[in-house]
Design a protein around this ligand. Structure first.
Ligand code: NAD
Length: 477
């Protein structure tokens, strides 16, 4: 298979010094492409191009920027079936999961085509006579975007779109695990009318290429693991550049005695296992009150055992493989840890042998677990959930909050009193009532609290906070 030269620097496609060989996680005997990785010199060239191109883009009319965003949206919609095949081949996503994410990404770009036209400011009175005060927003400059593999198009578009809409230039470093979809996104952005140099994409690993982006950018928006995020925040603080981090989760789904049992079990299975559990908003802690506990555990275990695990390209598959060997080993190591912590393994945990060799894991369900076990405190990021029995709502809320993370939190109940109390008091950026913890709208803020997020919110009209900088002007006329 030929080496794909897919770094996009200064308006040109470039190769790289090293080579990345991607395998199909559903069939390890099949290649998902060979890519040339960027060098640190390529990253520096990308920043130089972005700095040169930025003044014109900063000065572009709102309509010019809006049209580019609309073109990106249409480019995504037009190629959606092909993009879904790429995401399935290199990331192990089922086609329906991939299509859902692709359409969401297109909708995000479309939303920001509108936002580009709504750059507002304020004109307010001064405390001094004869003086006017104007508050305006300006682009930050050349922003560095660093993204993960699990939502390779949606997360990327929820950074690229507002960055462009509000007049910034971009150097984007996607995850090295999903180069194919990243290259396709770069093709779509390049064809959308973005001036040369305004948008750059460099493929490469985190420590070298990611770090080079962090060293050169005027602002960093990062989505990925908490460990990497913290390191980046420290460096951004040293450089005094703004930083936005979206990181992991250990999301609770609380099930109360008065819940609809079938709904609760369906939400748990959807939230914990779909997309092989590789979602930052996955429901990994199922916190259940005593009166419904045994019936709930039986209903979830029954559903889990029926899940169809298989090749991501097979239309009957509900759960595809995890993305690669490191994720596979991570899930296995947490199954061993759960056993050693004396949790009761009700389902899953085995490697599965199918017609093709792949990173297949049967969905894991632990019961009789305490919240302070490591399996309930550390993000596994795989098809893995545990049940924690609690006496009542008050204990459920305390357990839900007893975590370093705070991304998404769900409750299943028919009680308005508990639903309202949970919404008010759970320490999470997003709360869900009788809905899965994963699955959000594209036009409203996305983000968490505590160890899950740092800095201003992403998505929706709140995205303007990160991608613009405020200027206060005093005028005496
Ligand atoms: P990761 O932290 O390993 O990598 C994320 C990105 O950072 C990749 O592009 C990687 O190459 C880069 N990177 C790694 N080390 C770096 C360094 N030293 N300097 C600069 N860049 C570096 O995370 P991942 O495994 O790709 O993604 C999974 C994680 O992402 C999970 O923890 C998940 O919860 C989180 N996630 C969070 C959200 C959210 O919005 N909160 C969304 C999706 C995924």
């Amino acid at each position: 298979m030929t080496l794909l030269e897919k770094n996009f620097v200064g308006g040109r496609w470039k190769g790289g010094s090293e080579e990345l060989d991607i395998r199909n996680p559903s069939n390890l005997d099949e290649s998902a492409g060979r890519y040339g990785l960027a060098t640190v010199a390529d990253v520096e060239e990308a920043f130089a191009a972005a700095r040169k191109a930025h003044p014109a883009w900063r000065g572009a009319t709102l309509e010019q920027r809006s049209i580019v965003l609309e073109n990106i949206a249409q480019g995504i919609f037009a190629r959606k079936d092909e993009l879904a095949q790429i995401m399935s081949l290199e990331g192990g996503k089922t086609i329906p999961d991939a299509l859902g994410e692709i359409v969401r990404a297109g909708n995000i770009a479309r939303f920001f085509a509108g936002e580009a036209l709504r750059m507002t400011g304020e004109k307010i009175g001064s405390v001094r006579p004869g003086v006017d005060v104007e508050i305006t927003r300006e682009p930050v400059g050349v922003v560095g975007l660093i993204t993960p593999w699990n939502f390779p198009i949606a997360v990327s578009l929820w950074k690229i779109s507002p960055a462009l809409a509000f007049g910034n230039a971009i150097v984007w470093k996607p995850s090295e695990k999903t180069p194919g979809i990243s290259a396709a996104i770069a093709e779509i952005v390049a064809a959308a009318g973005v001036p040369e140099g305004v948008f750059n994409m460099v493929l490469g690993n985190g420590p070298d290429i990611g770090s080079a982006v962090v060293e050169n950018a005027d602002a960093i928006s990062f989505t990925g693991s908490a460990a990497t995020g913290k390191r980046i925040a420290v460096r951004c603080a040293e450089r005094l550049v703004r930083v936005q981090l979206e990181m992991g989760g250990k999301n609770p789904l609380v099930v109360l005695d008065d819940a609809n049992l079938d709904l609760a079990a369906d939400l748990a299975v959807n939230g914990a296992y779909f997309q092989a559990g590789q979602r930052c908003t996955a429901s990994s802690r199922l916190i259940v009150t005593s009166g419904i506990h045994d019936r709930f555990v039986a209903a979830v275990a029954e559903r889990v055992k029926k899940l169809k695990i298989g090749n991501a390209s097979d239309s009957a598959t509900q759960i595809g493989p995890v993305i690669d060997e490191s994720q596979f080993n991570k899930v296995q190591s947490y199954v061993e840890l759960g056993r050693s912590e004396k949790a009761e393994l009700l389902a899953g945990g085995d490697a599965i042998k199918l017609a093709t060799r792949g990173w297949y894991v049967s969905p894991v369900l632990f019961a009789n677990t305490a919240n302070n076990l490591r399996i309930n405190q550390e993000e596994v990021f795989g098809p893995f959930a545990s049940v924690i029995r609690v006496a009542d709502y008050d204990e459920a809320l305390a357990v839900a909050n007893d975590t370093e993370y705070g991304l998404s939190a769900g409750i299943v109940t028919t009680s308005m009193k508990y639903a309202k109390d949970f919404q008010a008091n759970v320490q999470a950026g997003m709360t869900m009532l009788n809905l899965p913890t994963a699955g959000v709208d594209y036009h409203v803020p996305f983000g968490g609290r505590k160890g899950s997020s740092y800095g201003p919110r992403e998505q929706g009209r709140y995205a303007v906070e990160f991608y613009t900088i405020v200027k206060t002007s005093y005028l005496s006329v």
